[in-house]
Write a protein that binds this ligand. Structure first.
Ligand code: GMT
Length: 396
């Protein structure tokens, strides 16, 4: 084994934290001299313009309509994994999001036998807390997690939720917590209100701008984002910036029209880059029902923007209540609105939160130490002898 690892990453190519983290890991590993492949349905969003650093393998499904009622993607993915692993002699296959990626990786390993790369599965949240534990997928997801050579989660919360949700005794599946990270240079605390003036023409200097970024799924409680904004606006005129898209966007736009607040809100849809907008805003809202980590909140904190969020999942592991943001019980929109008002009414308090938010990210959530940990994990696995035709960990 040479020092240079041959690594393949599988992730969802669309907008969303798991794909972003997977892409950043791949790019950082390439910067460290490793040979990096991506195996995915499409070029991951953050790889646009970066393709010369890595090798991209597109997964293509065949269309055979008379027979296939639904997607054969996991089979096509497993086949592509087998192909790439065989011809490229992969050391590591790192899959992000268990459903269906960990299962495709397990299928590939079965075919490859002792030529299989080591498989790392990073769980991201709904693959454990929602989709993975759905009885329609639970047995195969549980099995695929157990058959991975290593499993990681971005938070302590998700580690526990995985053991509990799948009924896995911790000793039969050690899980490494490697917190998500952020590029602190890209998400910097350079405040330029000018960035907001195009979106909100005539925006007064002292008018607060609240911001939310997500995939607008029901777990994000977009209705609560609107309700918090409306409650704050009653006391102190403000604006709301909504970045991302998904099924809850239209209902939110409808509700804002009913409230007569539509002119005070900008919906930007999916954006490839929005750091300068985050940095120019005042408070980030994340009233989610589920959040294994909440990467968007970390990006806001990195820009020095205090976060007001629900006190659930992995959020308290990165947002310190009363120090870098405020946490309230899920659904407590009045409480969250009260916290936003505290912050926007008191510039000194806001400044303290902002400085500590940035510092906390610099101290705990930088990219390089996280990449060190993934690299050490890969090395640990590749230095471990493989038991013939199976994982080196005890079988489930
Ligand atoms: O939030 C989502 O549904 C998207 C999902 C994803 O695949 O990107 O996000 C999950 O992974 C992110 C990256 O680790 C985490 O920051 C999010 O908290 C997590 N979402 C949930 O747990 C709901």
């Amino acid at each position: 084994m040479t020092d240079r690892l041959n690594l393949a990453i599988t992730c969802f190519p669309t907008f969303g934290g798991s794909g972003m983290i997977a892409t950043e890991i791949g790019l950082a590993m390439a910067d460290r001299g490793h040979r990096v492949h991506f195996i995915a349905r499409d070029l991951p969003v953050r790889l646009h313009g970066m393709t010369r650093k890595v090798i991209f393998h597109e997964v293509t499904e065949s269309d055979y309509p008379a027979l296939f009622h639904s997607g054969t993607y996991p089979l096509a993915l497993a086949s592509k994994m087998i192909e790439v692993a065989s011809y490229e002699r992969l050391d590591i296959l790192h899959v992000h999001y268990a459903v269906p990626h960990a299962t495709a990786a397990w299928m590939a390993r079965e075919v490859l036998g002792d030529k299989a790369p080591r498989i790392v599965t990073t769980l991201h949240g709904t693959d454990t807390t929602l989709v993975g534990i759905d009885p329609n997928y639970l047995p195969i997801t549980r099995f695929s997690i157990l058959r991975s050579d290593a499993v990681t989660t971005p938070s302590e919360f998700l580690r526990r939720a995985t053991w509990e949700g799948f009924g896995i005794p911790p000793e039969s599946c050690p899980i490494d917590v490697i917190p998500n990270f952020v590029d602190t240079e890209r998400y910097a605390s350079v405040r330029d209100r000018q960035a907001l003036h195009q979106l909100f023409p005539g925006l007064p200097e002292d008018e607060p701008v609240l911001v939310h970024v997500s995939n607008f799924r029901p777990v994000k409680r977009i209705g609560d984002v609107v309700a918090v904004f409306a409650a704050v606006h009653r006391e102190r005129p403000c604006r709301l910036l909504m970045i991302g898209d998904g099924p809850e966007r239209s209902p939110a736009e409808r509700r804002l029209r009913e409230l007569g607040l539509e002119d005070r809100v900008a919906f930007l849809g999916k954006q490839e880059s929005f750091a300068e907008l985050l940095a120019a805003a005042d408070v980030f809202l994340l009233p989610s029902e589920q959040e294994s980590f909440g990467l968007a909140a970390l990006e806001a904190l990195s820009c020095g923007i205090p976060v007001v969020a629900s006190n659930i999942g992995g959020i308290p592991e990165q947002v310190d209540h009363g120090t870098t943001g405020y946490l309230a019980p899920m659904g407590d929109v009045e409480g969250m609105a009260g916290y936003v008002l505290e912050l926007v009414r008191d510039p000194e308090l806001w400044g303290r939160f902002s400085r500590r938010a940035r510092q906390n990210v610099l101290d705990r959530f930088q990219l390089a130490p996280a990449i060190d940990r993934y690299e050490a994990l890969y090395r640990r696995l590749t230095s471990c002898p493989s038991s013939p035709g199976g994982p080196w960990r005890p079988a489930p």
